[in-house]
Design a protein around this ligand. Structure first.
Ligand code: HEM
Ligand code: HEM
Length: 139
């Protein structure tokens, strides 16, 4: 398995643990639901679920298609976009929820969300290019 794929899977497991921990802490301290719910939801859905799908997808989809990944560079760049963007969103949401530097926190959230979205676009493009059959000349 490629090193970067292992890192997608490792980070996915980290988000799963931290996301579940936040779930538990929301049960223990219901007041914290207000500022942790969005972080919990996105650590679980963008961190645990999406990150695992990125890793497993990059590993198996080229094999299923009998190809190499279209862009190994984009696969690595996307890893940083997905992680830095998600962590930025988590910090932004926590700051907004706790009313810390609200203006700055909103900008951080916005920029981080754009970074996450760009990462999603990179994944869609790279996997799309990898699995699309090459047209062969007839005959
Ligand atoms: C130990 C594991 C988990 C615990 C203790 C936990 C706990 C919680 C709590 C306390 C809430 C807030 C509920 C409220 O607003 O009253 C919540 C919301 C939520 N959790 Fe979890 N959770 C866990 C794992 C997960 C996982 C693995 C996922 C997804 C893969 C997930 C997805 C969600 C979603 C989408 C919401 C928002 C629901 C809504 O707003 O209607 N949770 N969770
Ligand atoms: C660029 C990526 C994303 C951004 C910027 C984003 C942003 C947001 C925002 C602003 C909210 C509303 C928060 C609020 O009510 O205060 C939200 C809610 C939610 N998002 Fe996302 N999201 C993203 C990706 C995703 C993905 C990929 C999933 C699922 C796979 C997801 C699942 C959810 C769920 C379940 C809620 C409802 C949570 C709740 O009710 O507490 N999001 N998201």
């Amino acid at each position: 398995m490629e090193k970067i794929v292992v890192w997608y899977i490792r980070m996915s497991l980290v988000y799963f643990f931290v996301g579940a921990l936040l779930g538990l802490s929301m049960i223990a301290h219901p007041d914290s639901i207000f500022y942790y719910r969005n972080v919990h939801v996105h650590f679980n859905l963008l961190g645990w679920m999406s990150m695992m799908i990125y890793g497993v997808g990059y590993h198996v989809l080229p094999k299923f298609s009998g190809r190499l990944i279209y862009s190994p560079v984009l696969m690595k760049v996307q890893f940083w976009f997905a992680n830095l963007g998600l962590i930025g969103m988590a910090v932004g949401w926590t700051m907004i929820g706790r009313d810390i530097a609200a203006e700055g926190a909103r900008s951080l959230l916005l920029v981080s969300a754009v970074i996450v979205l760009a990462g999603i676009g990179m994944f869609a493009f790279n996997i799309g290019k990898t699995v699309t059959p090459v047209k062969r000349p007839a005959g």
